[in-house]
Design a protein around this ligand. Structure first.
Ligand SMILES: NC(=O)N[C@@H](CC(=O)O)C(=O)O
Ligand SMILES: [Zn+2]
Ligand SMILES: [Zn+2]
Length: 430
């Protein structure tokens, strides 16, 4: 038998009076004033909020291929420190995760690291080439049990191929996650198409390049009766399209990143490529609409799009820099800032958008579960009153490309439990 853990004085979902929560054998064994054995590990957690462990549908762990920027072990550490108990690792590695061998490799490395369940996302097309469907069936049947497929980084822009992928996904009970970017509309694009890009002289990435693909794919998914997930929604217009599609019963879900909830293209005046990301930072009106869409369920969940990059790929001229920013260790704080402090979500709502909905979308039976006796102890403890200052060099990722460098942020993850075992304790890896 494993040692029991007693979390003292926590508030599940930030609601009601403080209770003690007993964890034994990987499960929640008691809530209220349960009695623990003498050798139980007691954690004084007065005032802290207990949430189901976070689930990230969108992360880039860079292994295999770019282990100089992140590995599955270092990315797992960043995830656990960020309160995550499961993450989905995108397929745009080198080699691409477009076959059973690569996805099984990623799954096994994640289990060996043991800090978070790393679920590989399988590529939709061979080599992310957008020309030929990958073997979705063998990836689904592999030890990794892939249920989320995406060419993220690239858009599956051929409508016939997208239609076939959606049709094929039904039999696998899988979901196709689309990076919505019509490539013909974003040739050479460097920034959100608008006043700011015009002022800085950057080729623009128009909102319609995202919205047109989202609308098209909602129609394709509805026609096929398949499940579609939209990656990193970045525009107000996409929220409108999603609201319309959901109203008419389309099986579509969507995620928004913390950075698209907080940051705008006004940041680009500093010419610092740390702010370069795909899709680009949009306008204040977009962030406002995205926050409301997340609060009212038009957007289902938060996903980090954690995208580590090497110094030489970021510390260079804007046009040559790679798009993407770190996100795993700052997500909870950005959500606290944009959604909780603003009054748009309570902690019950945070549990929904950071744990329950992503677990449902990906079909994970043991994640995003209620905080109740007999449920698996995949849990996150949050200090809602804590503040901390972001230092890229201190984050667990190998890369340090955080856009929040030096910012003071609210909300801190103090502990994470995976199947009843601490992966993080007192804010540090256990
Ligand atoms: N978001 C990004 O700007 N970059 C991602 C790819 C992606 O999510 O499209 C990456 O892999 O670096
Ligand atoms: Zn993408
Ligand atoms: Zn991505």
């Amino acid at each position: 038998m494993t040692t029991e853990i007693l979390l003292k004085g926590v508030r599940p979902y930030g609601e009601g009076d403080p209770v003690d929560v007993l964890i034994a054998d990987g499960e929640i064994a008691g809530i209220g004033s349960p009695s623990a054995t003498d050798d139980a590990e007691v954690v004084e957690a007065a005032g802290q909020v207990l949430l189901p462990g976070f689930v990230d549908l969108h992360t880039h762990l860079r292994e295999p291929g770019r282990e100089d920027t992140e590995t599955i072990a270092t990315g797992s550490a960043a995830a656990a420190l960020g309160g995550y108990t499961a993450v989905f690792a995108m397929a745009n590695t080198d080699p691409v995760a477009d076959n059973a061998v690569v996805v099984e490799h990623v799954w096994r490395l994640g289990q060996a690291a043991g800090l978070v369940d790393v679920h590989p996302v399988g590529a939709v097309t061979v080599g992310l080439g957008g020309e030929k469907l990958a073997e979705l069936g063998t990836m689904a049947a592999s030890a990794a049990g892939v249920r989320v497929f995406s060419d993220d980084g690239k858009c599956v822009h051929d409508p016939l191929l997208m239609r076939r992928a959606l049709e094929y996904s039904i039999a696998l009970d899988a979901v196709i996650a689309q990076h919505a970017e019509e490539p013909r509309l974003t040739v050479g694009a460097q920034a959100h198409e608008g006043e700011q890009a015009a002022r800085l002289g950057y080729a623009g990435w128009p909102a319609s390049a995202e919205e047109s693909i989202v609308a098209r794919d909602c129609l394709l998914a509805r026609h096929a009766g398949a499940r579609l997930h939209i990656c990193h929604v970045s525009t107000a217009g996409t929220a409108d399209v999603l609201a319309w599609a959901k109203e008419r019963g389309t099986r579509v879900s969507a995620e928004v990143t913390p950075h698209h909830l907080l940051l705008t293209d006004e940041r680009l005046s500093g010419y610092d490529p740390v702010n370069k990301v795909n899709p680009p930072l949009r306008t204040g009106a977009d962030t406002e609409r995205l926050r409301r869409a997340l609060a009212d369920g038009v957007i289902d969940c938060v996903a980090t799009d954690h995208a580590p990059h090497a110094v030489q790929d970021k510390d260079c001229e804007w046009a040559a820099a790679k798009p993407g920013m770190l996100g795993l260790q700052t997500a909870l704080s950005i959500v606290t800032e944009t959604m909780v402090r603003s009054g748009l979500l309570d902690w019950r709502g945070v549990a929904r958008v950071m744990s329950e909905r992503p677990a449902e979308i990906a079909g994970l039976p043991d994640q995003g579960r209620p905080i109740a006796v007999g449920e698996p102890a995949n849990l996150t403890l949050v200090d809602p009153d804590a503040e901390w200052t972001v230092r890229g060099a201190e984050l667990a990722s190998i890369a340090a490309n955080t856009p929040y460098e030096g910012m003071r942020l609210p909300g801190a993850v103090t502990a994470t439990l995976l199947r009843g075992r601490f992966t993080v304790r007192e804010g540090k890896l256990a």
